[in-house]
Design a protein around this ligand. Structure first.
Ligand code: SF4
Length: 422
């Protein structure tokens, strides 16, 4: 693990400025002219980048820009941060809002999809605009946070929606907010009795580790239980600076989970992925999700086949610690939420035995218990505490329904409050 070597143009910037996150944000690389001072660009590259910039924003922190290889167009850091002409192409399957975040938004700033949790998009600003961003329809549009009045409307929604126990503060990148502003929001959320945990989604430890100051971490720990999700995609991003940023958060008892995106040419290689997950564990970051790339506009060139993701999972499970293996998911189009995908490990089953195979190809029989019936006593938890779970498949398990039918099934009859007929 090494420190980043500054690109030449920033070689003489005083240490104090370089390590100041405000300086890093002020000096983000946002146009072709600045980019030319950092990496080699042909005339065609420049024209193509400029064309892309008329559609999507670019911003790269000097720290992250310094990680780029000057001449290699396939550098994984460059691929994630420098626009290409491919982004100007819209594939047939591309969608403006593939995850229906706007549709599932009861109030501007909030997406409420799952019963007990929601995401709170507090800003559209990021320190670096990732080329593969799923939320590119909104990020960077105003390059600032939502208004105080709008924040209060979102807080009101959380307050009155009593089933919410988990709030994910995201954006954009919420750590672009000043500590005091961020604390004001977190404090209000923490004051809501039914909110059990708060999560923050940020890419700062990866693209601008100077943002993770001891002061910030100390402020965050006052609002425990508080978790932070980060976004490392390639082992080159795991530098000494990034490790120290994660360490500052971990020392304040903040658990760190990583959400990678599977990106063609960046991390779609079993060896690179294995190196990444190992490096993450070394800096106390748990590999959490590996996302199949979404169907957002202009990022089809980053998409791999689903089979590639399954292969990566196949080549992690068993070959490394279970702790290092993320869950591979597709965020289902139309707001279906995360759907986990994995290789098949169960080969067959009868009422007595399950036939399974392991990563080496060993095939074994697991015998079911002779008395396999459930010991559930159907206590008050089923009907009262967890009654909101009685939708979808859980409804079948609970015995509250014997079948689910799509809305457009000719034989169905409508049940209010559920998207299925029962
Ligand atoms: S940091 Fe996150 S929200 Fe911001 S551009 Fe990157 S992926 Fe999108």
């Amino acid at each position: 693990m090494e420190n980043v070597t500054r690109a030449k143009i920033w070689a003489n910037v005083p240490e104090k400025d370089w390590n100041d996150w405000h300086w890093q944000i002020r000096n983000r690389v946002t146009n072709v002219k600045q980019l030319e001072d950092i990496i080699k660009l042909s005339r065609q590259d420049k024209t193509e980048i400029a064309r892309c910039l008329s559609k999507f924003k670019m911003a790269i922190s000097p720290y992250y820009a310094s990680l780029m290889d000057k001449s290699d167009k396939k550098c994984p850091v460059r691929m994630q941060s420098v626009p290409t002409i491919f982004e100007t192409r819209t594939a047939d399957s591309d969608m403006h809002d593939p995850l229906h975040e706007d549709t599932d938004s009861p109030v501007y700033g909030i997406t409420h999809r799952y019963p007990d949790r929601l995401i709170f998009m507090i800003t559209d600003q990021c320190s670096m605009y990732c080329r593969h961003c799923t939320r590119r329809r909104t990020v960077g549009i105003t390059d600032k946070r939502i208004s105080d009045a709008q924040i209060d409307k979102c807080i009101e929604y959380i307050k009155k929606t009593k089933v919410i126990r988990d709030v994910v503060i995201t954006g954009g990148d919420p750590l672009t907010l000043e500590d005091s502003v961020l604390e004001g929001v977190i404090k209000k959320i923490r004051a809501i009795k039914h909110v059990e945990i708060i999560r923050i989604g940020t890419r700062m430890p990866v693209v601008l580790p100077m943002r993770i100051t001891k002061k910030l971490a100390n402020m965050l720990q006052k609002y425990h239980p508080l978790w932070v999700n980060v976004h490392f995609n390639h082992p080159h991003e795991v530098t000494k600076e990034a490790a120290e940023a994660c360490n500052i958060l971990s020392r304040e008892g903040i658990p760190l989970n990583n959400q990678s995106v599977l990106l063609k040419g960046v991390n779609d290689c079993p060896h690179i992925m294995k190196r990444l997950v190992h490096d993450l564990l070394m800096i106390r970051v748990r590999p959490y999700y590996l996302y199949q790339c979404d169907l957002s506009i202009g990022i089809e060139h980053f998409r791999t086949s689903i089979g590639k993701g399954i292969e990566l999972m196949e080549r992690l499970r068993g070959y490394t610690s279970g702790l290092a293996v993320p869950t591979f998911v597709i965020d289902a189009p139309s707001g279906g939420g995360k759907v986990p995908l994995m290789p098949e490990y169960m080969i067959s089953r009868s009422d007595k035995k399950i036939i399974i195979r392991n990563y080496e190809g060993l095939i074994a029989a697991y015998t079911e218990p002779e008395k396999g019936e459930s010991s559930c006593k159907k206590c008050h938890l089923c009907d009262n505490v967890f009654k909101e779970d009685n939708i979808g498949i859980a409804k079948l398990f609970s015995g509250k329904a014997v079948s689910l039918r799509p809305m457009d099934s000719k034989r169905g009859h409508e049940i209010s409050g559920t998207k299925f007929h029962a």
